[in-house]
Design a protein around this ligand. Structure first.
Ligand code: G3I
Length: 474
């Protein structure tokens, strides 16, 4: 993997892995019936057609700009404070909280009938000066006090909090980013989530990061392992935020939908939280279309937020990465997003499969797949209802391959499932399922499927990959 560039503000902070990996887009999880309704003429109305939201980041200082606030009010129904709810803004002096600017944004959103994503309770960056110099128990307690203070102030008013932001390292380690918070002990993240849950039990609690859009990246895998671990141990986490800052050096990955599916299959919502894509014209529009479609294709991708209103409002304005130009005109990218959102707003449910993406052959094994953390199942779970299962090969390399099996419930739904792998397949490395011999059964969180709903599990196989196949499912 190519070493990442991790620069900010004037530099690209988006890491890239350059190795081409053969990816077969995976079966998708969305198969919900969507009531017929008229096409939406705004982003929020079009998104509502499939039960999703469409949001933007708002800067309090721009709310008096009527072009800005008119567009924001018309087009978006989910609002994120771009900077005003961060640690430095809300607790400038220890234990002296200041919610003036955050409240401005919250009040504007509420007065206009919009929901709010909270951003962000705990982060290595944008800490107030007093916190930057702290360490150890003192810092841990200050961080928890901050999480509790801010989440309590906004209790009942926040749709989802980015509880922890950007805690994983760029590059090939797949591990945590070094920071003063990390040095208080690696359990600081779960401590923050528990404090947030205690303070505002009604808010969804998200982990949010960038460079976690490409499924093969070590950083994505690291976050996946953490979320999987949290789910298996009951740490309160409800959602994963994919920031999704893209540019020519960091394009929308071909496997973006796979990443969304994988996280969703852990039993969390996925939210695209800070979308911007540098570029212009039809090429930019096509990239926005791809991102929008990927979200629509996965039932648990619940909404998209763009990181600003007009190009000139963007933290990287020179890349013109948003949906409105500096004068507030709709760009081609806007039309692409609107049309894509509307494409599922009628009677047509999201598609159930995606055509394969052809990429050059793989010469190196993929990033190690996270091990299953649940103990092996000795007694298969009770199974009811009929199902079908389909194997596809997501990736292969000399001596091995990565398989994906999509399990789809029959007309009466499922309460637990078992799939028999094809003869000759040998694996003890399965995720989103429990393997015993050649039989894989559901994980605790993906056994219950409504009629026609799908889930998927993956595995690493040894030797040559079998072909795509229909498997026995019961
Ligand atoms: O408001 C002051 C202004 O008074 C002062 O004159 C000026 C001098 O530099 O600074 C202004 O504050 C700046 C603020 O943006 C408002 O424009 C800060 O310096 C600047 O650091 C801050 O940058 C923000 C950045 O986060 C900080 O890390 C960006 O607006 C904001 O878009 C960006 O958002 C982050 C997400 O929170 C997390 N993911 C990445 C994303 C992009 O970097």
């Amino acid at each position: 993997m190519t070493p990442p560039s991790t620069l900010r503000r004037g530099r690209s902070h988006v890491a890239r892995g350059a190795s081409a990996v053969a990816i077969l887009a995976l079966g998708v999880t969305a198969a919900v019936a969507i009531p017929a309704q008229a096409a939406g003429s705004t982003l929020q109305d079009a998104a509502k057609g499939s039960g999703r939201y469409f949001g933007t980041a708002i800067a309090a200082s721009r709310l008096n700009d009527s072009t800005y606030s008119t567009i924001a009010n018309r087009e978006f129904n989910m609002i994120t404070a771009e900077n005003e709810m961060k640690m430095d803004a809300t607790e400038p002096n220890q234990n002296q909280f200041n919610f003036s600017q955050g409240d401005r944004i919250l009040n504007w959103a509420q007065q206009n009938g919009k929901q709010v994503r909270g951003h962000a309770l705990a982060w290595y960056s944008q800490q107030p000066g007093w916190m930057q110099n702290m360490s150890g128990t003192q810092l841990r307690n200050a961080m928890l006090n901050h999480v509790t203070g801010v989440a309590t102030h906004y209790k009942g008013k926040i749709y989802a909090w980015d509880v922890v932001n950007e805690a994983f390292a760029d590059g090939s380690s797949g591990g945590r980013r070094d920071s003063n918070l990390e040095r208080t002990g690696s359990d600081w993240i779960e401590a923050a989530f528990r404090a947030a849950r205690a303070a505002d039990p009604g808010a969804k609690l998200c982990y949010n990061d960038y460079n976690t859009d490409d499924w093969t990246h070590a950083k994505t895998q690291g976050v996946y392992r953490m979320v999987s671990d949290f789910k298996s141990r009951g740490v309160p986490i409800d959602c994963v935020g994919l920031q999704s800052h893209f540019n020519p050096q960091s394009p929308v990955p071909a496997n973006y939908q796979t990443t969304i599916e994988r996280f969703a299959a852990l039993g969390v919502d996925v939210q695209i939280t800070e979308l911007d894509i540098e570029g212009s014209g039809q090429q930019q529009a096509e990239n926005f279309r791809k991102v929008t479609q990927a979200c629509l294709n996965v039932a648990r991708c619940t909404g998209i937020t763009v990181w600003g209103v007009r190009d000139t409002d963007s933290w990287r304005a020179s890349g013109t990465p948003l949906l409105f130009d500096g004068s507030g005109n709709k760009k081609a990218a806007y039309t692409a997003v609107l049309d894509t959102l509307n494409s599922v707003s009628g009677t047509t449910p999201p598609p159930t499969s995606t055509p394969p993406v052809t990429t050059p052959p793989v010469t190196t094994p993929p990033v190690t797949t996270p091990p299953v953390t649940t103990p092996p199942v000795t007694t298969p779970p009770p199974v009811s209802g009929s199902c079908s299962a389909a194997l596809t090969i997501a990736n292969s390399w000399p001596g091995g391959y990565q398989g994906t099996v999509t399990v789809t419930a029959g007309s009466s739904g499922l309460n637990g499932w078992r799939v028999t792998l094809p003869g000759g397949v040998s694996t003890n490395n399965v995720w989103n399922g429990n393997v015993s011999g050649s039989v894989v059964s559901n994980a605790p969180y993906n056994g219950s499927l409504g009629a026609g709903q799908s889930t998927s599990f993956g595995f690493i196989g040894q030797g040559n990959a079998p072909g795509a196949a229909t498997l026995t499912c019961s």
